[in-house]
Design a binder for this molecule. Structure first.
Ligand SMILES: [Zn+2]
Ligand SMILES: [Zn+2]
Length: 359
């Protein structure tokens, strides 16, 4: 049984809708503000931290070497072509000479000796030209090897310059991340502080549904706009913040629990008439219907509909834990009624005449 007035229930539901709608609008407003305030920080890249002059020098040298390599390739092509043609010249001349020698042996003419000398000399000249061409090719190949080695050294130098930029880049990045976080903290921390104040001071206010949406908004801002931007420092900060938050939650839960228990103990020590005044009417009706004592919050009976194996639970008029009167008999007609009912459900007589737990 619920004693709460039906419109109050719908009012509560409507206020939740209002709270969520307002919170959504506030979140959108916050997102708008975040996109307009320069919170993104400066985009920095590692290339900004490379020694520009040294890098330009290295790159200029690399370009020069590449041009020299291209020229070398061209020259090698030409030199190999020359070598080929000279080799061909020599081979042709030698074959011709050998054939001529064979015919000469056959005829045996002595007067041809100067001709032999001339031809041998010409052949030697061609051989020397071929050797020169081969030497030119070899020189070019050696040049290319040297150029390649220098190019490799320069590329290594360039890599070192880029690696040297990593350390200043990382530290600049850390500063930038911290800056972004501090800007976001400056924007979200006031919201959180206001929320804490609202929770502490305005929970009983009639305007609580509106304050509630502000709190939802600030929680959203905290988890979406701030937490992902926490500088990690290798994960330490995030874990530390998590530990602090969990410890704070634990601390306040324990404190709340202790306050609740001491309040209950105080209430239980009071006379029953005082206890009745302190308990809200709607909550009392609901709790007794659920089988929970409204005074000590302990269960005195299984709730209706959750009956145990015993077909009929014993009728309990007083709390078995604290002796609080739960049901009583109407002073007029004697029907058993919830002790918080203001009128007898059977005869309609106001319950003021009832005798708590008697009769
Ligand atoms: Zn009790
Ligand atoms: Zn009655």
């Amino acid at each position: 049984m619920k004693a709460i007035r039906r419109p109050i229930f719908w009012f509560g539901l409507a206020m939740w809708v209002v709270s969520f709608a307002l919170a959504t609008l506030l979140v959108q407003l916050g997102a708008q503000v975040m996109s307009d305030v320069p919170t993104a920080g400066r985009q920095i890249s590692q290339s900004e931290f490379i020694d520009a002059d040294a890098m330009a020098g290295v790159e200029g040298k690399i370009k020069g070497l590449q041009r020299a390599l291209d020229a070398n390739a061209q020259a090698q092509e030409d030199a190999r072509f020359r070598l080929q043609s000279r080799t061909l010249d020599y081979d042709t001349q030698r074959t011709g000479f050998e054939n001529w020698l064979k015919t000469r042996t056959a005829t045996q003419s002595e007067d041809q000796n100067p001709e032999v000398t001339r031809r041998v000399k010409a052949l030697e000249q061609l051989k020397a030209a071929q050797r020169d061409a081969q030497a030119a090719v070899n020189d070019l190949v050696e040049d290319k090897a040297n150029l390649d080695r220098s190019l490799q050294a320069l590329r290594q130098e360039g890599r070192s310059l880029r690696q040297a930029a990593a350390v200043p880049y990382q530290s600049a990045l850390k500063v930038e991340v911290l800056k972004v976080f501090l800007i976001r903290l400056a924007l979200t921390l006031p919201l959180l502080l206001v929320s804490v104040w609202l929770i502490a001071r305005k929970r009983q206010s009639a305007y609580w549904p509106l304050y509630r949406s502000f709190i939802m908004f600030s929680l959203f801002a905290f988890f979406v706009e701030l937490v992902p931007y926490l500088p990690s420092y290798g994960g330490y900060v995030r874990i530390a913040v998590g530990i602090v938050l969990v410890c704070a939650a634990g601390h306040y839960t324990i404190k709340y629990m202790a306050r609740y228990l001491s309040r209950k103990k105080q209430e239980e020590a009071q006379p029953e008439a005082e206890k009745r005044k302190a308990i809200p009417y709607e909550a009392a009706i609901k709790k007794i219907t659920q089988g929970v004592c409204p005074s000590c919050d302990r269960q005195f009976q299984l709730a209706a509909g959750k009956k145990s194996d015993a077909a009929q639970p014993p009728k309990i008029d007083f709390c078995v834990h604290c002796g609080f009167s739960l049901f009583r008999k109407c002073g007029s007609c004697g029907e058993r009624e919830n002790s918080f009912f203001k009128f007898c459900g059977s005869c309609g007589v106001p319950s003021t005449s009832a005798q708590p737990g008697q009769g």
